[in-house]
Design a binder for this molecule. Structure first.
Ligand SMILES: NC(=O)c1ccc[n+]([C@@H]2O[C@H](COP(=O)([O-])OP(=O)(O)OC[C@H]3O[C@@H](n4cnc5c(N)ncnc54)[C@H](OP(=O)(O)O)[C@@H]3O)[C@@H](O)[C@H]2O)c1
Length: 329
């Protein structure tokens, strides 16, 4: 496993982090025994960064992580592990509406109560990194929730402060970076969603802000394992994400990437992670991991040779503006 600095924050984080959404819920059946084994295996392989959230099974993901860290401490294997979690906004539209008020979606009393819950679920007295789970540009001019988080930081409940981008608008956090409001950002950057390469990644690097890349596999499609016949259980959120003709359109695009990778020596999952890691602003990429085999396959990617520039440039053509309608379907 290779390590990178987390912005200017004096932490060496593993290039491959552990995305802990699926072990919490919303991805169909998931046995806790598989989740616990996957976490242990990833940490054994040098992973030292875990991303979770309140919303991943209403604390289930956080509690599993706490259990694993406790088991390791009891066994004397307590190398430092950095755990990032998230507080969601109060009930309402997701992503937040442009007309929502920051003080109503992240009020101080709510933030304090929710963060107390995170501490409880994670079994700790200090959260390494607390991220607001989503955001809107509407709040950039007066980002009051971060003033509350800085107070909680001064009080010793939080280490670093971060934000996770809304799904449709990666660039919405650029002003927060420039304004010095956040220590890290979590964003979508993958072979389909390459927009962060335009500005966001460079701005983060210039300001020493840690960059956590999520959804490197586009929820699985960039592993190349889906076909037009793939079906997701109803309790797997991907039955919605890939609803209608979305799966077949995505499979066609993923096949084009497979074609570009012929002879490269990379499998599709390896290329998906190496593409992300090729950007120097990236601190860690956090593939979702739900079993030991995925922990092993994903952690191993860090030590593979870096992606050659020629292939990297070739893969730029797969940038896919999915919300752009003028080109038709
Ligand atoms: N708004 C937010 O802040 C937000 C939103 C989404 C995600 N996240 C974070 O980012 C992390 C990563 O995103 P994600 O989990 O949604 O999606 P992802 O990383 O794009 O896809 C993860 C899924 O791909 C499959 N997979 C993993 N490794 C594989 C491999 N080597 N080969 C084949 N399949 C593999 C697994 O599902 P199957 O085995 O079931 O196919 C896994 O759950 C999350 O876990 C979470 O921590 C944050």
């Amino acid at each position: 496993m290779q390590y990178r600095t987390f912005g200017k924050h004096g932490l060496d984080c593993s290039e491959i982090g552990f995305g802990a959404w699926a072990i919490g819920g919303a991805w169909g059946a998931q046995a806790d025994t598989d989740s616990l084994a996957a976490l242990h295996r990833a940490l054994d392989l040098g992973c030292n960064f875990i991303d979770t959230a309140a919303g991943y099974g209403d604390g289930r993901s956080e509690r599993l992580i706490a259990q694993v860290l406790r088991e390791r401490a009891e066994a004397g294997r307590d190398d430092p592990v950095f755990v990032a979690t998230k507080t969601p906004p109060t009930a309402g539209s997701w992503p937040p509406s442009p007309y929502d008020k920051a003080e109503e979606r992240y009020p101080e009393s709510y933030l304090r109560a929710n963060i107390a819950e995170r501490l409880e679920c994670l079994g700790t007295d200090k959260i390494d990194l607390l991220q607001l789970h989503t955001w809107t540009r509407a709040w950039n001019r007066n980002p009051t929730p971060f003033k509350v988080l800085r107070a909680l930081q001064r009080e010793g409940h939080i280490g670093l402060i971060g934000v996770s981008t809304p799904e449709h608008d990666q660039n919405s956090v650029i002003d927060l970076i420039r304004g010095g409001w956040v220590d890290s950002v979590q964003l979508i950057y993958n072979l389909f969603e390459q927009e962060p390469a335009a500005e966001l990644l460079d701005v983060a690097r210039e300001h020493g802000v840690g960059v956590i890349v999520r959804v490197a596999f586009d929820e699985g499609s960039l592993t190349g394992k889906f076909t037009v016949l793939t079906r997701f259980p109803e309790d797997d959120f991907r039955s919605q994400y890939f609803a209608g003709d979305r799966l077949s359109r995505t499979v066609v695009r993923a096949d084009r990437i497979r074609h570009d990778l012929d002879g490269s020596g990379y499998t599709m999952p390896q290329a998906a992670l190496k593409f992300v890691l090729a950007h120097p602003a990236v601190s860690t990429v956090i593939p979702g991991i739900r079993n030991v085999a995925q922990a092993e396959a994903n952690c191993a990617v860090s030590d593979l040779p870096a992606m050659p520039d020629k292939l990297l440039h070739q893969l730029h053509r797969h940038n896919w503006r999915r919300s752009f309608w003028y080109g038709g379907k």
